[in-house]
Write a protein that binds this ligand. Sequence first.
Ligand SMILES: O=P(O)(O)O[C@@H]1[C@@H](OP(=O)(O)O)[C@H](OP(=O)(O)O)[C@H](O)[C@H](OP(=O)(O)O)[C@H]1OP(=O)(O)O
Ligand SMILES: Nc1ncnc2c1ncn2[C@@H]1O[C@H](COP(=O)(O)OP(=O)(O)OP(=O)(O)O)[C@@H](O)[C@H]1O
Length: 349
Amino acid sequence: MTNPSLLELPPGVQLVYLAEGGANVIYRFVSAPVISTPIGRDRDLKSVSPIAVDVPPRFRGKLLRLRKETAADIPYKEINRNFNTIVRPLFKADELVDQTLTSLPNGLLKRCNEQLRAAEISGQRPKKRHGGYLCLHEPYGLLITDMTTFNEPGAILAELKPKWLTQSPSAPTTARRCRTCALREMKNQDLRLLGMKEQRSFCPLDLVSECFDRIFHATSFIKGCNDPARLARILHRNPTLQRLRTQQVSCNQVGLLGPPATSQRTSLDMTLRDCTMFIRIPRDEKSPVEIRLGDLDLKTGAGGKSTYWRKLEVTLIEDGWYNGTNSEGPSDCGLQDATTLDPTFQYII
Ligand SMILES: O=P(O)(O)O[C@@H]1[C@@H](OP(=O)(O)O)[C@H](OP(=O)(O)O)[C@H](O)[C@H](OP(=O)(O)O)[C@H]1OP(=O)(O)O
Ligand SMILES: Nc1ncnc2c1ncn2[C@@H]1O[C@H](COP(=O)(O)OP(=O)(O)OP(=O)(O)O)[C@@H](O)[C@H]1O
């Protein structure tokens, strides 16, 4: 039986590739025929429908998120149910990228996949995403809040993953690196050995620091933002960031405290440590800034993931990544800075 409250995408809907991660591809709706996307980074894939129709009002201000084929293979219906029952209650409505299920017209996913393949050949798809395609047995898409700034001249979208805003509960008390910096340094050693470029990014503890200079230091790493001082003012004591940290403090079954390898328990706690923060900053400093958290799909510890998380924690501890004994050169980690500069400073864990 069809669900009368379920949104349906009109058959001639025209989509333009916006971006993708490991598990989902994001599309914009357009109402006029396009040859290629107007701007930007990994955004040059051609439109996926030959027939243009007007975007119905209920799809305005929304993007379409389509699921890729992955080992986890969790249907959007389940992702959406988990989001509504487990994640949504932890935040205020205006702090979240909203999501609603929508059914998809026949043939849409196939057409999208053809476009993704064509974009690989023409070099328009990010190399690291090649070979990943939409899941053809997924009947739904997710309509999500559009945080892009295409319709707002002069506005910018800053995007960041806040990651672990508190130290891992099983990190050594002698640690000089937070979980995120310890893992990054470990991954960077592998990259160096392969002769590849190291990854540089901010320390999450800096993002939630009381010290403006530390936040400013962090924001200088954030993609898409040409005014790190303004972004630092926006993030200083920001309620959404503070709430995310508070929720991470409560949902602290991570590290060696995480679910055992045999557990099927889904892991909200790790989900809260891997979401994305979107910050839409208007040109005019007096207009309101919109900040929302997205990519809060409930992870699962099944399929070997919880074993991986535990093993990773053991490696970070035993191979000295938390203590920094294995690292090359000085670290920028806020934990080291906070403990060395101010011995009375305590992060809430
Ligand atoms: O291992 P981390 O902390 O680097 O986080 C992974 C992310 O890497 P990033 O921090 O963005 O460089 C990683 O992001 P990318 O795919 O590299 O963009 C995933 O989000 C991964 O989660 P999952 O395996 O897809 O459920 C993330 O893994 P888990 O959070 O599930 O461990
Ligand atoms: N609501 C949004 N507004 C604007 N851009 C978005 C939005 N949601 C996602 N994006 C863009 O699409 C990219 C991929 O989206 P998303 O994070 O949903 O993919 P994913 O596959 O779940 O990512 P991951 O690899 O982290 O699992 C984001 O990094 C972002 O650039």
